[in-house]
Design a binder for this molecule. Structure first.
Ligand SMILES: *[C@@H]1O[C@H](CO)[C@@H](O)[C@H](O)[C@H]1NC(C)=O
Ligand SMILES: *[C@@H]1O[C@H](CO)[C@@H](O)[C@H](O)[C@H]1NC(C)=O
Ligand SMILES: *[C@@H]1O[C@H](CO)[C@@H](O)[C@H](O)[C@H]1NC(C)=O
Ligand SMILES: *[C@@H]1O[C@H](CO)[C@@H](O)[C@H](O)[C@H]1NC(C)=O
Ligand SMILES: *[C@@H]1O[C@H](CO)[C@@H](O)[C@H](O)[C@H]1NC(C)=O
Length: 486
C-alpha cells in the first residue's frame, strides 16, 4: 500500500512537471507520431524479375583447360536482376570440398545416355551445362567408366559425370589420356550435348578438336543439400517457389548450394521496414527441360510451403524448391504469445519474457497486448514506467538464457520506437543493449518512429540478453527481437 501511495505521489509530481498532458501507454494513450507499423502490402516475391533474368542468364560450362583443377567456390551470377561476371566470389565460403576417395560404388549410378561410337567417322559432343565442377582424365586403355564414377564419388557435390574422348587436344597429352571425365552437381541429358569441339588447339597440320563416345551417368538428379548452420529446413523439395510477403530480392548461384544461399541471406543488408533476412527459398530453374540456374530468394518474414505455389511461367519450370528459416534464438521475439486479453492489457512478464524495475520503480518494463502499439502483430514491449509513475529505466530479458554456442558470433536485431510523447519529451530516450549484464551498445534514438537496429556480440554459451532503458515520458517500445548466428 505504501508502494501504491508513493507511486500516486510520483505520478502527480511527474505529470505536473510536464507542460503538456501525455496520456501514458498504460492508460491506452496515443502515439504523438502515428506508429509506422510494418505494412507488407506490395512486398510479395517479384517472380517476373526472377523469371526474366533466368531467361537471359548463361551459366553453363564445359570441361576446358588442364585436368584436375580444384573445384571452385559457388559463385553468384546475378543479384536482383543484374547479371554479374561469373567470377567466383571470395565472400562465398567453399561449399564443395573434394572428399577422400570413397569406396567405388558404380551400382548407385545409372546410364542417362550413351555415346555414339568410336568409328573413324563417328562424331559426338560433350555436355555444356550448369553445375560444372571440374574434370579429370582416366586411363584410356579401355572406356573406363568405373574410374570416372570413382572420380565423381571423390567430389562431395558430384551427382553426374560426362565421359568422352577429346581428340587433337595437346593439353591432354601430359596426362597420357584423351578420355575426359567431367563432373557436375546437376544431371544433364543427351539434348545438352552441344559442345562438339572444333577448336584449333594443336599446331597444324593436326586438325580441330572433336569428341567421340560421350556418355552420361547419374547418381541423383541433383545434389542433396546439407542444412546450413543457423538455419532449419521448412519444406522441400517441391516444384513450387514461394510467392510470399517480406521479399527482399534474389541472387542466382552457379550451383544448387543451400550454404551459399544462406550466406547471401545472412549478409544481406536489412530492410528498413522488415529488418534482417530471416528466410530463403532456393530452387532450380529448368528452361525447355534444361537446368538453367539456381535461384536464391530472400525474405524478412519466414514463409512456408503454403505459399510455395509458383510452379513457373511459359517454358520455365520451378524444380527442387526448398525453404529454410533462420533460427531465432529468442523465443517469441515478437511477444505474440502474450495473450492475457483480446483488446488492451499489459503485464510485467509472460512465459518467455521478464520485465523488472529497480528500487521503487513501477512497471518500468512491460509487455502490452494492443495492436496499435506494435511494430507487427498484436503485442509489443515497453521500457519506461507504463503509467508514468516514475522516470526510472526498466529491464526486459528473456525468461531463460539463449541456446547460444560459445565462441560464435551472433547478431541481435530489434525494432525501436520512441515517438509516443512529443519530441522534446522523447529526446532523452535510450536503450542499453546488454549481453550477460554488460552494455554492448547504447542507442539514443531521440524522437524516432519504428527503426531497426543490429548489434554484434560473441557468445560464451547460455548468454543472457537484456534491454535496459526508458525514462517516462521518454518511453521506448521494442518489438520483433531476433538473435541470429552472424
Ligand atoms: C499499406 O500500404 C499500402 C500500399 O503501400 C497502402 O495502400 C495501405 O493503406 C497501407 N496500409 C496501412 C494499414 O497503412
Ligand atoms: C545404351 O546402349 C546400350 C547398348 O546398345 C543399350 O542397350 C541401352 O539401352 C542404351 N541406353 C541408353 C540410355 O540409351
Ligand atoms: C575456377 O575459376 C577460375 C577463374 O574463373 C577458372 O580459371 C578456373 O578454370 C575454374 N576452375 C574450374 C575447375 O573450372
Ligand atoms: C590415349 O590418349 C593418348 C593421349 O591423348 C593418345 O595418344 C592415345 O592414342 C590414346 N589411346 C587410346 C587407346 O585411345
Ligand atoms: C504458413 O504461413 C502462413 C502464412 O504466413 C501461416 O498463416 C501459417 O500458419 C503457416 N503454417 C505453418 C505450418 O507454419
Amino acid at each position: 500500500m505504501l508502494l501504491k501511495c508513493l507511486s500516486t505521489v510520483s505520478f502527480v509530481a511527474a505529470a505536473s512537471a510536464l507542460a503538456s498532458t501525455v496520456v501514458p501507454p498504460g492508460a491506452q494513450g496515443k502515439w504523438f507520431d502515428r506508429s509506422a507499423a510494418l505494412n507488407t502490402t506490395g512486398s510479395n516475391t517479384d517472380a517476373d524479375a526472377i523469371f526474366a533474368t533466368a531467361q537471359t542468364i548463361d551459366q553453363k560450362s564445359t570441361a576446358t583447360g588442364p585436368p584436375n583443377q580444384p573445384v571452385n567456390d559457388t559463385s553468384v551470377t546475378a543479384v536482383d536482376g543484374e547479371l554479374l561476371s561469373p567470377v567466383s566470389s571470395t565472400t562465398i565460403r567453399r561449399a564443395f570440398v573434394p572428399g577422400a576417395l570413397d569406396r567405388r560404388s558404380p551400382e548407385k549410378y545409372t546410364l542417362v545416355f550413351n555415346g555414339t561410337g568410336t568409328g573413324p567417322d563417328d562424331r559426338d559432343a560433350s555436355i555444356r551445362g550448369t553445375g560444372y565442377l571440374t574434370f579429370t582424365t582416366v586411363d584410356n586403355s579401355t572406356y573406363n567408366i568405373d574410374a570416372c564414377l570413382a572420380f565423381c564419388d571423390s567430389i562431395s557435390a558430384c551427382v553426374f559425370v560426362n565421359l568422352f574422348y577429346e581428340h587433337n587436344n595437346p593439353d591432354l597429352d601430359a596426362s597420357n589420356s584423351n578420355l575426359k571425365c567431367a563432373a557436375f552437381s546437376d544431371t544433364h541429358m543427351a539434348a545438352e550435348k552441344t559442345d562438339s569441339g572444333g577448336k584449333q588447339l594443336a599446331t597444324k597440320p593436326t586438325g580441330l578438336t572433336y569428341i567421340q563416345q560421350s556418355c552420361g551417368y547419374s547418381s541423383a538428379i541433383l545434389v542433396e543439400p546439407e542444412t546450413p548452420e543457423g538455419y532449419e529446413l521448412v519444406f522441400g523439395p517441391i516444384d513450387g517457389a514461394n510467392n510470399a510477403p517480406g521479399y527482399m530480392g534474389f541472387a542466382f548461384l552457379d550451383q544448387y548450394d543451400a550454404g551459399a544461399c544462406a550466406q547471401q541471406c545472412s549478409s544481406r543488408g536489412a530492410d528498413s521496414q522488415g529488418g534482417a533476412c530471416q528466410y530463403f527459398n532456393i530452387w532450380r530453374a529448368v528452361v525447355d527441360g534444361v537446368p538453367t540456374t539456381y535461384t536464391c530468394s530472400m525474405y524478412f518474414i519466414p514463409a512456408n510451403a503454403s505459399s510455395a505455389v509458383n510452379t513457373g511461367q511459359g517454358d520455365l519450370q520451378v524444380t527442387f524448391s526448398r525453404g529454410y528459416k533462420r533460427t531465432n534464438l529468442v523465443i517469441d521475439g515478437g511477444f505474440e504469445d502474450f495473450t492475457e486479453c483480446a483488446d488492451f492489457c499489459y503485464d510485467t512478464s509472460d512465459a518467455t519474457w521478464t520485465g523488472t524495475s529497480v528500487d521503487d520503480g513501477i512497471d518500468d518494463a512491460t509487455i502490452f497486448f494492443y495492436p496499435p502499439f506494435a511494430h507487427s502483430g498484436n503485442a509489443v514491449a515497453l521500457l519506461g514506467s507504463a503509467n508514468g509513475f516514475d522516470a526510472l529505466a526498466g529491464t526486459l530479458t528473456p525468461a531463460t538464457p539463449l541456446a547460444t554456442r560459445a565462441g560464435q558470433k551472433y547478431s541481435i536485431g530489434f525494432f525501436q520506437a520512441s515517438a509516443f510523447s512529443p519530441p522534446e519529451q522523447e529526446q532523452p530516450a535510450f536503450v542499453d543493449v546488454q549481453w550477460n549484464g554488460a552494455t554492448v551498445q547504447t542507442i539514443r534514438p531521440g524522437f524516432s518512429n519504428w527503426e531497426f537496429f543490429q548489434v554484434q556480440v560473441t557468445a560464451v554459451g547460455n548468454d543472457v540478453l537484456s534491454f535496459h532503458g526508458g525514462a517516462a515520458p521518454a518511453w521506448t517500445f521494442l518489438d520483433d527481437i531476433t538473435v541470429f548466428l552472424a
